[in-house]
Design a protein around this ligand. Structure first.
Ligand SMILES: [Fe+2]
Length: 410
């Protein structure tokens, strides 16, 4: 049962179903959560929020239930909130401290579902922009919450699933992937909830301007010519303009406008240098490039995640070093899908990251370097004390001609 109350009635132990007021005011990334800290109550009041919806079945009821604040009258004091009927409350609950940690396999299934829904929503947002309709930036928030909740349950699952794209859904899935990467990076950088939320929304909308680019160039199956590339460069300013007209937060506009800037001043559209590029835009630059180079394109084989990190680390002047280092820490040196060589002279694919040790993930062994032949699949937890194998280094899938690595971790 859901009940609307004044923020003055809030106390710890209540389950917030929905916060009143504009979503932008909210100091929390999640819309639904259990109030456990007095600081959170203070943050809600300080944000200027007047009322909240609480779920009495998931947490404490107000002390004065006899005087409900709902204008609908006593019989409807406990009502179905008009919060979006998204899986958000459940997702937020599942992400709470008491939830058991799901296996990689089960979270991959959930992540697939979230990505499918997010892709459809992003596609519809692009179509609206194409037709000149107004975009409602607030509608992305439930998606960002779902993606964030998945990341909290398992840091690798949704990042790995969002990397898988087809030519047709590339632009939309790229937006979903950059959103997930931005959220993950924001957590690593210890950004507050508000900045984390803006990072996620900005990631989801960073390429909105592509909706206004000529379709023959946007959907071209081959590499762009210099002239076509020059046309496409207009997408960042075009996206920022649409977002401004839609009333999107300035930070979200800024991510769209400046995610192609480089710290050495050689990016576009303004050639900004170093800290003149906002932190969120510098984060956007790293996440955008990583997802682009790890995605299969018709004209280019995808790099495996470990190779992408190695190559990007060499691009002097492109990325903010602090941001890039945090990004590597968030993903691991060997993210899921990376090809590695083991001390046992076998090749394996990383199937699950290990937050405790970046060099000891779970791997799936599939190839013998002695016989130069595939071997029966075997999953090893390199962090297990009983496991005597270890990673000796990364391997380049292109050099081996392996094209099925993504099938091995799914
Ligand atoms: Fe872009």
């Amino acid at each position: 049962m859901v009940m609307r109350i004044s923020v003055m009635e809030l106390r710890t132990g209540m389950f917030i179903q929905k916060l009143g007021g504009s979503w932008l005011q909210h100091p929390f990334l999640r819309g639904s959560f259990l109030l456990t800290k007095p600081d959170d109550i203070r943050a809600i009041r300080d944000a200027g929020i007047q009322e909240v919806w609480i779920d009495c079945t998931k947490g404490e009821a107000p002390l004065s239930q006899a005087a409900p604040t709902s204008p609908s009258g006593p019989e409807t004091a406990c009502e179905q909130a008009d919060a979006p009927a998204q899986p958000t409350p459940e997702a937020a609950c599942a992400a709470s401290k008491t939830a058991p940690v799901p296996s990689m396999a089960s979270e991959i299934e959930r992540a697939r579902k979230i990505c499918r829904g997010a892709k459809v929503a992003v596609e519809s947002m692009f179509n609206d922009a194409r037709l000149g309709k107004a975009i409602d930036p607030a509608f992305t928030l439930p998606l960002v919450e779902d993606i964030s909740a998945s990341l909290q349950r398992n840091a690798s699952a949704i990042l790995s699933v969002a990397r898988l794209k087809t030519h047709d859904d590339y632009t939309y899935m790229h937006s979903v992937a950059v959103c997930a990467l931005m959220l993950s990076l924001a957590r690593e950088l210890n950004l507050d909830e508000q900045q984390t939320k803006l990072a996620g929304v900005g990631g989801l909308m960073h390429d909105l301007g592509k909706a206004l680019m000529p379709l023959d160039i946007l959907n071209k199956p081959g590499k762009l010519t210099d002239q076509e590339f020059a046309v496409m460069r207009a997408h960042s300013a075009a996206g920022a303009k649409v977002l401004k007209e839609s009333g999107a937060p300035i930070e979200v506009q800024d991510i769209a406008l400046h995610h192609h800037e480089k710290v050495n001043g050689q990016g576009y559209p303004h050639g900004l240098v170093g800290d003149d590029i906002s932190l969120l835009a510098r984060m956007g630059a790293v996440c955008d490039v990583y997802d682009a180079v790890t995605s299969h394109r018709p004209y280019k084989q995808a790099w495996d995640p470990a190779k992408a990190i190695r190559e990007m680390a060499r691009w002097e002047g492109h990325f903010d070093k602090r941001v890039f280092n945090a990004f590597v820490k968030a993903l691991g040196i060997y993210p899921v899908g990376s090809l590695v060589k083991l001390a046992s002279n076998r090749l394996a694919v990383v199937v699950e990251a290990n937050a405790e040790s970046l060099v000891a993930p779970k791997v799936r062994v599939f190839f013998s370097l002695r016989s130069k032949e595939p071997i029966p699949l075997q999953t090893l937890n390199l962090a297990s004390p009983s496991c005597k194998d270890s990673i000796t280094g990364p391997e380049d899938p292109e050099a081996w001609g392996f094209k099925h690595l993504d099938e091995l971790w799914q």
